[in-house]
Ligand binder design. Structure first.
Ligand code: CTP
Length: 403
């Protein structure tokens, strides 16, 4: 089930040209089965009609502070106390100033005063207005007060000026909401996650690689960030977007991954090696493209370092090492061998002989092995699998597995 399903989300729309973009946000949240209640400021109504939000959210849109309708006479209290989260998007400079000052002069600002739910503020305005000292002071104040302020994106704005002040793209904005709705049981922890294949160059045009899409590793990085961890993602080449909030290190070959992982491992409490590292690389790499009549028909290979094995040798007290294993037969036996040989705390085994788990799929069916036993996870999305793997990591820490 999605993190948004069944959640009461109040979306406060204020006066900014970006108000129309929030129609897509409301529509997508409603598709995720969230219960969306839109509150609009007077200025917002100049940019987009309440009818649009009403149709997309399938709920009445709130615009009036004082209503004679007995069902809505205390709308600010009801909206505020029933909310799981309040979003203010786009947040105009004026609304940001009012929130920083604790004003309650319209339904939205009053609702914010009347809620205990997390409040996410998405400023969107002209870049000079955004960088203005008063706006920056107000944003600092909001952060001190415990609001989450999501930085606006940079680019060309409606006024044709270029700078910072654009409403973030929905996938980025959505991740911040997912984080605010997730338990924060990894706060203060550092995760290092590897993902994707590696490419072992033959010449500038050719390489050896494998079928890894990177989806499982990216799902783990996203999940750990949502649950509060600082995440470094070391990734081989994939076609996926960089997950919001993570520190991203792009690598190509196994040797590059080895260097990146070793330089980040020391400070990480959890290292998850979901990458499909190539075990071998061509013995020589040509700087120029090799002409087909000059290609050796037998390619000489040399072994790459086993990064996980090296990490197992230098594992510190209190550090938890998680490996993956791509297997097509004898899953338990092969997995246990790798668990012991590489000095791991946990191994997630993918049955790559099945069409709906392992490489290039959106689903996975993973068998988890640790020193204490095994858990067969259900066939489910890679996002849900990532959550279950992180649950297992949290329970291993709770049982002092690696102290
Ligand atoms: N791994 C690694 N470095 C390598 C090869 C693998 O760090 N050079 C890691 C993978 O990221 C994964 C685990 O080791 O977490 C197991 O990878 P897998 O390909 O299943 O196993 P191998 O150790 O390569 O053994 P085999 O291919 O013989 O099954």
């Amino acid at each position: 089930m999605s993190v948004f399903a069944g959640k009461n989300i109040v979306v406060g729309v204020t006066g900014s040209i970006a108000a129309f973009k929030v129609a897509t946000w409301v529509s997508d949240l409603a598709k995720e089965e969230a219960l969306v209640h839109v509150v609009m400021s007077r200025a917002a109504e100049k940019f987009i009609a309440p009818l649009t939000f009403g149709a997309l959210s399938a709920n009445p849109v709130h615009t009036e502070m004082f209503s004679a309708d007995q069902h809505h006479s205390m709308a600010h209290i009801d909206l505020g106390s029933e909310a799981d989260i309040v979003l203010i998007a786009p947040a105009s400079a004026n609304t940001i100033a009012k929130l920083a000052g604790g004003f309650a002069d319209n339904l939205l600002t009053t609702t914010v005063l009347a809620t205990n739910a997390p409040v996410l503020v998405y400023p969107a305005m002209n870049s000079k207005m955004f960088s203005n000292r008063a706006t920056q002071r107000n944003i600092r104040k909001l952060k001190e007060m415990g609001f989450t302020v999501v930085d606006p994106a940079s680019g060309m704005m409606a006024c044709k000026e270029t700078g910072q002040g654009r409403l973030p793209e929905w996938p980025v904005a959505k991740e911040h909401i997912a984080k605010a709705l997730s338990k924060q049981d990894l706060k203060g922890q550092r995760f290092l996650v590897t993902a994707g294949p590696t490419r072992e160059s033959i010449d500038p045009a050719r390489y050896l690689s494998n079928r890894s899409s990177g989806k499982m590793g990216y799902a783990l990085a996203r999940c750990a960030w949502r649950r509060g961890a600082h995440v470094t993602l070391v990734s081989g080449p994939t076609s996926l977007s960089v997950p919001t909030g993570v520190e991203y290190v792009q690598v190509h070959s196994a040797l590059e991954m080895y260097d990146a992982v070793l330089s980040h491992a020391e400070v990480s409490q959890v290292v998850i090696k979901a990458a499909a590292v190539a075990d071998y690389r061509p013995e020589t790499q040509s700087r120029q493209k090799v002409k087909k009549d000059k290609i050796e028909l037998i390619l000489a290979l040399t072994q790459n370092p086993d990064i996980l094995f090296e990490l197992g040798k230098i594992k510190k007290k209190g550090q938890l090492l998680v490996g993956f294993a791509a297997e097509s037969e004898n899953l338990q036996e092969e997995g246990r061998k790798k668990l012991t040989k590489k000095n791991l705390d946990l191994i997630a085994i993918n049955d790559i002989s099945k069409s709906n788990s392992g490489f290039e799929t959106d689903t996975n069916r993973v068998l988890l092995l640790d020193a204490g036993g095994e858990n067969q996870l259900p066939l489910t999305s890679k996002d849900a699998t990532a959550n279950l793997i992180v649950d297992k990591i949290v329970s291993l820490f709770a049982n002092n597995c690696c102290t």
